[in-house]
Design a protein around this ligand. Structure first.
Ligand SMILES: Nc1ncnc2c1ncn2[C@@H]1O[C@H](COP(=O)(O)OP(=O)(O)OP(=O)(O)O)[C@@H](O)[C@H]1O
Length: 654
């Protein structure tokens, strides 16, 4: 929204506690089952949180599904165990946990190492007089609050500082046993008790269940929506007229039994994901719309930089990142750019967004390349979207498990003509001669057929009249009346292949929380007055209606806004007008409309803009049409200022 008055949104330092108390007070979200004591990692969204999430989803559907004609799915959450056995989740979807050797308290191993090493680095900086001591934190299992790791001002040798920084830069790469070694080598103990911790153990994050009354069909709540796309691949392909590439998309709930869910929405046990599976020819990963995004500039942290223990960011155009091989292919680059555009559209601060490439040993073994969209917040850089080229892994494992062909068959425009030697059998004579051994002999000949040099020898020997095969320690003589080798011209008219998959995977709760942090600021003249500058498209409520009197004046306006699908809220509480505006600034409501006493007789309304607090006045009809245009994005605030009079609190339109 443009405005003619500059607003200083950085006047006060960010106060996380203040934001969190506003979010709870205004019921954006709150711990689920709170009156029963709550459960770590489970949250309920209230009216503004639900509307904000719904608006983010609506923008996501427009930006990805509609603009790129994706095929939307809604597949089940409850999933039979064989699906996750095939996908590898039963064996490998796990995090490493350690236990306090004396109290048995459970901690997530990588978070423990991170919290303790970061605290030591902070203590070192304090000892060097560089920065004041701040506490860092480490997750503490079931408790709802993060445990503070006290930073003690202690000077570390320079090489230790470099070592710690390098460990932290690559922490995602450490295996469980390696994390255990780090704890031992660097004397990392439970910060709460000072006790040593156990060897890391893998903990599977899926919630298990069973389907049906017999208990004989184990199942799991899905930890991602992806498998539903893969299992429906053949139907999707058919729906897409057997053409590839195409993408499927799904928005839905996922469940992970996180070891130590953090306070807030960043690590929860039930959350909404939005996932895309883009199926592409492994021999051609170009993207037909790549030219439209090649000039989008993104901030990247490539794997080579991380391998040097550094976190310096590089600004680069997506086209260049792909042409120089930093990003593996056009389709992956296309999605990285589209993710960047989407996040900016909904209000994420471009300066707090980066794309971090996975290290080779951080990616799944089958993946070709993987980039995380990470957003900076009060707790540092957090992965909010993963974007990976998963090669043909997913379809292949389900095909192997079920025997169903999850493949693309393409008729070739230009058939491929090849010539080769082919073995032909006289089945009657072979059967008579070899009886029960027929199968072994035939298989042995087929093996020879697949091996060019052996086939050439076989053919030569037959040309002499006969050849002898050794199978299972026995000798079998083959003569020219039993087999022959014919030179044959082969015309291949179809090509069969398993598509590769490029997968952007969004966690909506993390994005929503980041957006709240990036949108929050407090007024220059009053630190207590917070504002959420959410963009119009995602703001939960678009218009606040404040009847100071004469509620009926609003009826046509309210009717019109509601008919337009605009969420407006009438605040006819007894609070002062200032308070009513202030609490709607905290809800991120872009506009307020008021009838004030002076304007009643003239049938006028005042229109207030959230960020600048500027107010305009006009007739009921003008304000109604202008506010509708502002909400639809057909008019800017500056244009509205040209159409209505400035309201100074006393002026009324005659
Ligand atoms: N426990 C969680 N709570 C909230 N969002 C989550 C959680 N786990 C994953 N997500 C979201 O889902 C997205 C895709 O999931 P993915 O499996 O790639 O995450 P991940 O690599 O396991 O995340 P992390 O390493 O932070 O646990 C993440 O980028 C994140 O936004």
């Amino acid at each position: 929204m443009s405005s003619s008055i500059a607003v200083n949104k950085t006047a006060h330092p960010f106060n996380k506690q203040q934001l969190e108390s506003v979010l709870t007070q205004r019921f954006f979200y709150a711990p689920a089952f709170e009156i029963y004591g709550g459960v770590a990692g489970l949250y309920d969204y209230g009216p503004p949180g639900s509307a904000l999430q719904a608006n983010i989803i609506a923008e996501w559907r427009k930006h990805f599904i509609i603009e790129d004609s994706m095929l939307e799915l809604d597949t089940t959450v409850m999933t039979p165990a064989p699906v996750f056995e095939a996908s590898g989740h039963v064996a490998r979807f796990a995090d490493w946990m350690v236990k306090d050797a004396k109290t048995g308290e459970v901690l997530r191993a990588d978070h423990l190492v991170k919290g303790v090493l970061e605290a030591r680095l902070v203590g070192d900086r304090e000892a060097r007089g560089e920065k004041s001591v701040a506490d860092t934190s480490v997750d503490d299992g079931e408790k709802k609050k993060k445990k503070k790791v006290k930073a003690i001002a202690t000077r570390l040798p320079d090489e230790t500082v470099h070592l710690y920084e390098s460990i932290l830069a690559q922490l995602d790469n450490y295996s469980g046993p390696e994390l255990g070694l780090l704890c031992k080598e660097h004397k990392i103990t439970n910060p709460d008790t000072g006790n040593e911790v156990s060897e890391p153990q893998a903990f599977n994050l899926m919630f298990g269940s069973s389907i049906g009354p017999t208990g004989q069909h184990p199942g799991y709540l899905r930890p991602e929506t992806a498998q539903g796309h893969f299992l429906n691949f053949s139907r999707l392909l058919d729906f897409n007229y057997n053409r590839i590439p195409f993408a499927s998309a799904q928005i839905g709930r996922s469940f992970r039994n996180e070891i130590s869910p953090r306070a807030g929405l960043l690590r929860v046990r039930e959350f909404t994901m939005a996932e895309i599976e883009h199926f592409v020819d492994p021999l051609d990963k170009s993207h037909e719309k790549f030219h439209l995004i090649k000039d989008v500039t993104i901030c990247v942290l490539p794997r080579e930089t991380q391998a040097e223990g550094k976190t310096d960011l590089t600004s680069i155009k997506v086209g260049e990142a792909v042409s120089t091989g930093i990003i593996a292919n056009e389709t992956l680059g296309y999605f990285v750019a589209r993710i960047h555009q989407f996040l900016l559209k909904i209000g994420i601060d471009e300066n707090r967004l980066r794309f971090r490439q996975h290290m080779s040993n951080e990616m799944a073994h089958y993946a070709t390349d993987c980039w995380d969209a990470e957003i900076y917040s009060s707790v540092g850089w957090i992965e909010c979207i993963g974007c990976a080229d998963r090669a043909a892994y997913d379809l292949t494992v389900h095909m192997q498990k079920t025997g169903k062909p999850l493949v693309v068959r393409q008729s070739l425009k230009d058939p491929i003509i090849s010539e080769k030697d082919v073995v032909e059998f006289n089945n009657k004579i072979m059967g008579k001669t070899f009886g029960k051994d027929l199968k072994f002999v035939t298989e042995a000949v087929k093996d020879i057929e697949a091996d060019e040099p052996r086939l050439a020898r076989f053919k030569n020997e037959l040309a002499q009249g006969s050849t002898t095969l050794k199978v299972n320690g026995q000798e079998f003589k083959l003569t020219t009346d039993m087999v022959s080798v014919k030179h044959t011209v082969i015309k291949q008219t179809t090509r069969e292949f398993t598509p590769n998959v490029i997968e952007p995977s969004f966690g909506l709760g993390r994005i929503l929380y980041m957006l709240l942090e990036h949108s929050w600021w407090t007024r220059e003249d009053d630190q207590q007055r917070g504002v959420l500058s959410l963009p119009m498209a995602v703001a939960p409520i678009k218009v606040l209606i404040v009847p100071l009197s004469a509620k009926e004046e609003f009826q046509p306006l309210v009717q019109e806004l509601r008919a337009e699908g605009v969420l407006c809220r009438v605040d006819d509480s007894t609070a002062s007008i200032g308070k009513r505006y202030a609490r709607n600034d905290e809800l991120g409501t872009p506009f307020g409309i008021t009838v004030d006493f002076a304007s009643i007789k003239n049938r006028t309304l005042t229109l207030r803009e959230r960020d600048t607090t500027r107010q305009l006045i006009g007739t009921v009809e003008d304000v109604t049409s202008i506010v509708c245009a502002l909400i639809k994005g057909d008019m800017t605030w500056s244009q509205a200022e040209g159409r209505l009079d400035v309201y100074d609190g006393v002026q009324a339109v005659e």
